[in-house]
Unconditional design. Structure first.
Length: 309
């Protein structure tokens, strides 16, 4: 009898220990749940000027941002947040938007030189990919999977702008003139939609996009009631992330233009956004009012990140 009671007690103790271990495991699993859409400073030293823009991520996860330490430069930020000078641009050139070509070369919208510049990432050799002196200022760029490039071209003093296509041969071709202040520009993951926003007018336009880069069926995706807009990027699901300059937020839109999330930054003037990290689910946002970069986690990788994989 005593032996049976002893065995029963041991069994109960084992069961309690097992339940306790399971509870601890469940607790650890719950506490390790990913926290999405919460922005935190990624760099904090103010290494970038008020012209901080770009940004773009290479295959190794390094982030490239314009105007580090001084104007006319490109900075490199490692996945750990270490900032260094990557290249000096030619005299008379100032970078704005950055993207990567399928070859791995960097493309830079050079707004003072009226260029799209190309950088060999191994040799750091800089060349002119496209040039046209009639542009107001190449501001931001987007790239289709087949390497056709699009550029926004605002005239800030006149509150208007236009959009251009850059052929694979490096020729600027005007797609539309007499627009509002064109700024952020992006291609959808299926390469069938081109998005362009107008900062002053607060419009986001969508166009049907052909494999040759022709646009048609222009339609208003959304118009915001207040504050401006700057850069924008798509994730692999086709959601569009737009920096709300002056409001200090990044807004996430569905492909239908529905507001899904709005994320508050540590500064009021977010200028652009890119996706990186080990899985493409870290959003990096450049902030012009403090010369730093915020980051936050998202649920789906960025479109540009997936192109590298």
């Amino acid at each position: 009898m005593k032996r049976n009671l002893l065995l029963a007690g041991v069994a109960m103790l084992a069961a309690c220990t097992s339940n306790s271990s399971q509870n601890q495991s469940d607790t650890m699993e719950n506490t390790s749940t990913e926290e999405y859409y919460v922005a935190k400073p990624f760099t904090t030293g103010g290494e970038f000027t008020g012209g901080i823009e770009g940004p773009a991520v290479d295959k190794a996860g390094n982030l490239y941002v314009v105007n580090v330490f001084r104007e006319g430069t490109i900075g490199k930020v490692t996945p750990d947040g270490e900032v260094s000078l990557f290249i000096e641009l030619p005299e008379g050139s100032t970078g704005n938007g950055i993207r990567f070509h399928s070859s791995g070369k960097m493309l830079i919208a050079d707004y003072t030189g009226h260029n799209v510049l190309q950088v060999d990432m191994d040799t750091k050799e800089i060349s002119v990919y496209a040039h046209d002196p009639t542009l107001n200022q190449p501001n931001d760029i987007a790239v289709m999977d087949n390497d056709i490039v699009f550029a926004s071209d605002p005239s800030w003093k006149n509150s208007n702008g236009q959009i251009w296509r850059v052929s694979k041969e490096g020729a600027f071709e005007l797609l539309e003139a007499d627009m509002g202040t064109t700024n952020g520009i992006e291609v959808s993951p299926d390469n069938k939609t081109l998005y362009v926003n107008e900062s002053v007018q607060r419009n986001v336009w969508a166009y049907d996009l052909s494999p040759e880069g022709e646009v048609s069926n222009k339609r208003l995706l959304i118009q915001f009631e207040d504050f401006g807009m700057d850069g924008m990027r798509c994730d692999v699901d086709g959601n569009l992330y737009i920096t709300r300059h002056g409001k200090g937020t990044v807004v996430k839109l569905s492909p239908a233009g529905e507001v899904l999330e709005e994320i508050t930054m540590s500064g009021s003037k977010p200028s652009n956004i890119a996706f990186g990290g080990p899985d493409g689910k870290t959003a990096y946002v450049t902030l012009q009012d403090n010369g730093n970069i915020d980051s936050f986690r998202v649920e789906s990788p960025g479109r540009a990140f997936r192109l590298f994989q």
